[in-house]
Write a protein that binds this ligand. Structure first.
Ligand SMILES: Cc1cc2nc3c(=O)[nH]c(=O)nc-3n(C[C@H](O)[C@H](O)[C@H](O)COP(=O)(O)O)c2cc1C
Length: 231
């Protein structure tokens, strides 16, 4: 299928995006590039158009040092060098989700006016919506020729990180996006574990049901091509 309807080779972009864990310290990312990526993140879909995401950009050495002092492991991992490689990223973006924005939105007249105490969300959509925005940033960074990494902050550190940057306590820190030029590609789980074939995770008409007919072969081939191309 041709994906170029809006001028982007979407399949190429998706396959090209990989997590970066070794950044170049000497290559800055212009503020305008970060601003553009985050403007695109605002195009993410959101339940009830709640748009309950917040992004805190950390660019100065002092800001980044504060982040690592608050969030980072106490000891560098000498086995993988993860901390040293990621610490060099010139930009860190805290990715935050605002549950209250959803509960307030649902309480609005246009959404039925259901009080927060009576709202029964089957899925925490503030998290899913913010994650969709994060993926836009990762893909946009790839398109801009930048490396990027989405990584989590250990749970016991969340309060301190939020406090250090004035983030309201009620917001969820779903992760951090590091941005910068990639020094070199290293490891990660995807280098030691195979990507699941499409036939393993796509079910047709019911769980565990494989597609019938000639398209079955095509789907399987597409998955294999992707795995081979990125390894
Ligand atoms: C929610 C989430 C949390 C992640 N946390 C980390 C992390 O803390 N450290 C890290 O190095 N990679 C982290 N990753 C990156 C995954 O390891 C990576 O996406 C996976 O191995 C597949 O590799 P790829 O993204 O390069 O295709 C995270 C990814 C997601 C989606």
């Amino acid at each position: 299928m041709a994906w170029q309807t809006v001028g982007v080779d979407f399949a190429r972009l998706v396959r090209a995006r990989r997590m970066t864990r070794r950044f170049r310290a000497d290559a800055a990312v212009p503020e305008s590039v970060v601003a553009d990526l985050l403007e695109l993140a605002g195009r993410a879909p959101s339940a009830g158009f709640s748009q309950g995401w917040e992004y805190v950009v950390l660019r100065s050495p002092a800001e980044r040092e504060t982040f690592w002092a608050t969030a980072g492991p106490d000891q560098p991992d000498s086995r993988t060098g993860w901390l040293a490689g990621v610490r060099r990223a010139p930009v860190l973006v805290l990715v935050l989700a605002d549950e209250d924005a959803y509960r307030r939105g649902c309480g609005g007249a246009d959404k039925g006016g259901i009080p927060p105490a009576e709202q029964d969300w089957p899925v925490p959509y503030w998290l899913t919506d913010t994650a969709m925005g994060a993926l836009i940033v990762l893909l946009g960074a790839t398109e801009a020729g930048l490396g990027s990494l989405f990584f989590g902050v250990p749970g016991p550190r969340h309060a301190a990180v939020k406090d250090a940057f004035g983030v309201p306590a009620g917001l969820d820190l779903i992760g951090v996006i590091a941005l910068g030029e990639e020094e070199r590609r290293v490891g990660g789980s995807a280098s030691t574990r195979p990507r699941r074939p499409v036939s393993d995770y796509v079910h047709w008409g019911g769980f565990g049901v494989a597609p019938a007919g000639p398209e079955a072969g095509l789907s399987e081939n597409a998955g294999q091509t992707g795995s081979a191309a990125e390894s």
